[in-house]
Design a protein around this ligand. Structure first.
Ligand code: C5P
Length: 214
């Protein structure tokens, strides 16, 4: 029997962010948004008030979920912070780490044989929440890794001051970004738990059980 989340306010981010180079090009990534949408849907089914901050994805809004669409990391950060206070933030979005320093207002022309784009860091939403006065009591991150999952995930758990981090291996069939199935290892400060392989909808419920144990 799952724990009811009635009365809880949960903010979930999902999908990629797109960082514009010029009016027709951007830097993006392969996140489909499915995991975050599944978490938002599962939380709403349990009665939570859910705000989903979605990057550019092709997914319908789950029943009972409120949604704000954003494009860039900066827009996602501003939308998330506008939702505080909240009981939990579940950061399932694959936020771009870098953006072009100055997006061009006109289309970039093809000139030389090579082209250097200068990139600057985007705001780290989770890390900023970790030290914020209105830090949600449960702060959950995701880590998509190709190797040495435990090492990198635990590093992020500590560095970003999270309560939990759900790590998955990307770059393998049947897991990761575009798949409907996934396998997660959820790390806490005092232990870890493997979830799946299972459909993302089922994993979402397992994750919520760990985020809200009572
Ligand atoms: O450090 P890394 O990008 O691998 O961390 C992944 C986690 O951090 C995800 O939960 C993602 O939503 C979050 N993140 C963020 N802001 C960023 C980059 C990542 O909130 N700029």
């Amino acid at each position: 029997m799952s724990v009811s989340l009635a009365g809880r306010r949960i903010v979930v981010s999902a999908g990629p962010t797109y960082e514009d180079i010029d009016p027709v090009r951007f830097i993006g990534n392969r996140s489909s948004g499915k995991m975050g949408f599944a978490v938002a849907a599962a939380a709403a089914r349990r009665g939570a008030q859910v705000m989903l901050i979605a990057g550019p994805v092709h997914l319908p809004t789950p029943e009972g979920v409120q949604r704000i669409d954003v494009r860039s990391a900066q827009q996602m950060r501003d939308a998330v912070f506008a939702q505080l206070p909240a009981d939990a933030y579940i950061g399932a979005a694959a936020v771009a780490d870098y953006r072009p320093r100055t997006p061009l207002s006109g289309k970039l022309k093809k000139t030389g044989e090579t082209l250097a784009l200068e990139l600057v860091r985007t705001p780290d939403i989770l890390a900023e929440l970790g030290t914020h006065a209105l830090r949600p009591r449960r702060l959950v991150g995701f880590a998509a890794e190709t190797d040495d999952i435990a090492h990198y995930a635990r590093g992020k758990l500590v560095r970003k001051r999270l309560d939990l981090i759900a790590a998955n291996r990307v770059g393998q069939p049947g897991s990761g970004f575009e798949s409907d199935e996934n396998a997660l290892v959820v790390y806490a400060h005092d232990g870890e738990q493997a979830l799946g392989p299972a459909p993302k909808t089922e994993l979402a419920d397992g994750l919520l059980d760990l985020v809200f144990p009572d």
